[in-house]
Design a protein around this ligand. Structure first.
Ligand code: DAH
Length: 353
């Protein structure tokens, strides 16, 4: 077979390979196989020198034609494959506007936080400001200056978490520490009266701690909101009006309040406040234990002995105080059967509010 026939056969093979290459890298492999440095056509061209002077022009001419037709075929196939690759990329990246969107659950305030804010808003609205105190508190503020004598049962180890200094202080290790986790927000009253002169209108929300086992109506850590007013001419009527306003704002304007005599060491007289049951409207049902009323907070007129600890003149000033549990208010407002639901973090429950 003549060299020219070889060249023509090679061209036919090469064009076939080019036309059947399925992607750009396969096409490039064909190009290298024929036109690369070690390619078939290249080696034939290298061998031209060995031909006789008569053969050389004809073979040279056909070689050039073969190269040109391969290059043309490569170029054409490249354009086709390039367009196909671009098309594939475009359809892979395309956005399917008919797909449903991804659902996002918006964050929101925890129910405890919502109630806390609602109560704060009511009091900010009538001119109170917010006060704060430490959660790790001194016995003096938590008990003593609140007129709670040393033998008062609430001071017993049963209710209070004491903070021990383990660095070697014997008294602390035996449980007589004077540092504790506050059992109520009332110590903030003492701190405010110590550092400010009347008129005082403050609200003190915060965490409190008690050595209780969690059950439907107890939590070892919960939230209280304390209120304190000290001014000239403050009477029990001011206290009643203020708390009645609070209950109507929080529970609804159809609800009534009643004040029952009670005892707290730091107020005299003292009372517990009930709000009429929202389920039976005061008729008596299982939710309110048949009484028609739900207990929601403690309150009273600031005891003159407490004024004595902070140097406020009880002849000139009088005041009232109150304290409520936020978790309990949440439970009463939303008929929750168990306070623990509020702290378990179950989203199926919390999402309802
Ligand atoms: N500190 C009381 C408690 O934790 C609640 C309380 C009652 C607060 C009467 C007061 C008050 O300010 O006047 O049970």
């Amino acid at each position: 077979m003549s060299i020219i026939q070889d060249l023509e056969q090679m061209r036919d093979e090469a064009v076939g390979a080019i036309d059947t290459a399925t992607d750009l890298s396969a096409l490039d492999a064909v190009r290298v196989a024929y036109l690369g440095k070690k390619g078939s056509l290249t080696s034939i061209l290298r061998g031209l020198g060995a031909l006789s002077a008569e053969e050389r022009p004809a073979v040279g001419k056909v070689s050039n034609e073969v190269r040109q037709s391969l290059e043309a075929a490569l170029g054409a196939r490249h354009a086709v494959l390039d367009a196909a690759a671009m098309q594939a990329k475009v359809s892979a990246d395309a956005v399917d506007v008919s797909l449903p969107g991804r659902r996002r659950l918006p964050g929101r305030e925890h129910l405890i936080e919502q109630i806390r804010r609602e109560v704060i808003d009511v009091f900010i609205g009538i001119g109170y400001r917010i006060a704060e105190g430490p959660q790790v508190e001194l016995d003096y503020y938590n008990f003593e200056a609140l007129n709670q004598p040393a033998d008062h049962p609430a001071r017993g180890l049963a209710d209070t978490f004491y903070v021990r200094d383990l660095s070697g202080d014997e008294a602390a290790v035996t449980g007589e520490s004077d540092v504790l986790l506050r059992t109520h927000t009332s110590p903030v009253q003492v701190r405010v009266m110590e550092s400010e002169k009347p008129p005082i209108y403050v609200l003190a929300p915060g965490k409190v701690y008690r050595r209780d086992v969690a059950d439907p109506s107890h939590l070892p850590q919960f939230t209280q909101i304390e209120g304190l007013v000290v001014d000239e001419g403050i009477t029990f009527a001011d206290l009643k009006g203020t708390l009645d306003h609070l209950c109507k704002e929080i529970f609804g304007h159809d609800r009534r309040t009643r004040f029952r005599p009670h005892f707290f060491p730091f107020t005299e007289p003292s009372a517990e406040v009930d709000v009429s049951c929202g389920i039976c409207a005061g008729e008596g049902c299982r939710f309110c234990g048949g009484t028609g009323w739900l207990e929601i907070l403690g309150c009273g007129m600031v005891d003159p002995n407490v004024f004595g600890y902070v140097g406020i003149d009880p002849e000139r000033y009088s005041g009232f105080a109150f304290g409520m549990g936020v978790e309990r208010i949440a439970a009463l407002k939303y008929d929750l059967p168990d306070l623990r639901m509020l702290v378990e973090g179950d989203m199926r429950f919390l999402r309802q509010f």
